[in-house]
Write a protein that binds this ligand. Structure first.
Ligand SMILES: *Cc1c(COP(=O)(O)O)cnc(C)c1O
Length: 370
């Protein structure tokens, strides 16, 4: 009797959460994407990343403002680039491509390599020599990309791959490839699906401005379908040393420790300006110091480890916090995982790392301050 009850208690079974298997964003958002039954879906089950409340950051702003981070560093290769790459690589495969090429500050090359190799294609990546974070280079190499480091910056690398793709049998998978933005717009869908409406503000780091353009597409598409009641203000943030969309002029020598947004001449310049104007927002610059402050704060007070470029969204929010309306809902996009750039984490942690301690109880207790 007791045995039967414990084995088949219907009330207990109903309480078990039913986990829907997530099979990647092409599967999850198929009806919003330019795919057909003929499209071979090359996926690592990217997307469906968490929207996490960040109360310590919300406290800094006060006035009942709610702040969340969209932690896209939890995608399979550790950045939001996977969203665009599952689409771009699937469509390249559908078109019969045998090789893809991209210029990259690191994350695009990691994602292109992983998806291209999974799809049985070659991946050529051009990177600026000496300006790619260690984790990203490690990924591109192990995933099996053919990595070419050039003595020039990202902007020059992009010019070269654009021409290469016109003259050789290689498909360009930078964010000028329209399928990239189609995939990336799904992050906006996920935000609305979780919040039940669009946020009032979206804060986002801006490099080539593909991602801000993609989010705007996604928010608009959902809004037109009646899935949200409003559109957010699109608050884009650039590093002060490479802020062409803030100053209105390309930067010949972009500089910032946030290497993922070290871009002087954004590929999606006009799209970005159109987004800013349509959402009645503004673009602002944050200094490397402000980026590092947000980077450390996210890790040490919220438990969230992102890469420096990602922290620009939170640094920007803190910078313009007086402009946030009372009670507003704000989402900051964290574009990449902190493990991408271990050198920056160690260099900028400002933590007191005690080394060379004798392996004895007393010595350890003393070092602990007891
Ligand atoms: C690519 C990237 C960005 C910039 O995105 P854009 O679409 O180029 O504006 C920001 N942060 C990280 C971590 C990235 O990899």
């Amino acid at each position: 009797m007791t045995l039967r009850l414990s084995l088949a208690n219907p009330a207990q079974n109903e309480e078990l959460p039913r986990v829907q298997p997530w099979r990647g964003l092409i599967h999850g958002y198929r009806r919003y994407l330019p795919v057909t039954d003929q499209t071979p879906v090359i996926t690592l089950h990217e997307g469906n990343t968490p929207l996490i409340p960040v109360p310590a950051i919300a406290r800094e702003i006060g006035r009942q403002v709610q702040v969340f981070v969209k932690y896209d560093g939890l995608n399979p290769t550790g950045s939001f680039k996977d969203r665009g790459m599952t689409m771009a690589i699937s469509k390249a495969k559908e078109a019969g491509a045998e090789a893809v090429i991209c210029a990259s500050t690191g994350n695009t090359s990691a994602a292109a390599a992983a998806y291209a190799r999974r799809g049985g294609m070659r991946a050529f990546v051009l990177i600026p020599d000496g300006y790619v974070a260690l984790g990203k280079l490690a990924q591109a190499l192990l995933y099996g990309a053919e990595v070419l480091a050039i003595k020039g910056n990202f902007d020059r690398a992009l010019e070269i791959v654009r021409e290469m793709s016109q003259n050789y049998p290689v498909t360009l998978v930078n964010s000028v490839n329209p399928y990239r933005l189609e995939g990336q717009k799904t992050a906006a869908f996920e935000v609305v699906d979780v919040l039940g409406d669009a946020p009032d503000w979206l804060c986002i780091p801006v490099g080539n401005a593909g991602n801000i353009s993609a989010y705007w597409m996604g928010f608009n598409q959902y809004h037109q379908e009646g899935r949200s009641s409003k559109l957010p203000k699109m608050m884009g943030f650039q590093a002060a040393g490479s802020a062409p969309l803030v100053t209105g002029e390309p930067f010949k020598h972009p500089e910032t420790l946030a290497t993922a947004i070290r871009i002087g001449n954004p590929a999606n310049w006009h799209k970005a300006i159109a987004v800013r104007d349509a959402s009645q927002s503004s673009f602002n610059a944050v200094t490397d110091e402000e980026i590092l402050h947000a980077y450390r704060m996210l890790a040490s007070q919220e438990g969230i480890f992102c890469e420096p470029a990602s922290a620009a969204s939170v640094a920007g929010l803190l910078k313009v916090k007086d402009q946030v309306p009372e009670g507003a809902t704000v989402v900051c996009v964290l574009t990449g995982n902190g493990l991408k750039d271990p050198d920056s984490a160690i260099k900028f942690s400002e933590n007191n790392f005690k080394q060379g301690i004798e392996p004895g109880l007393e010595e350890v207790a003393k070092a602990m301050g007891f």
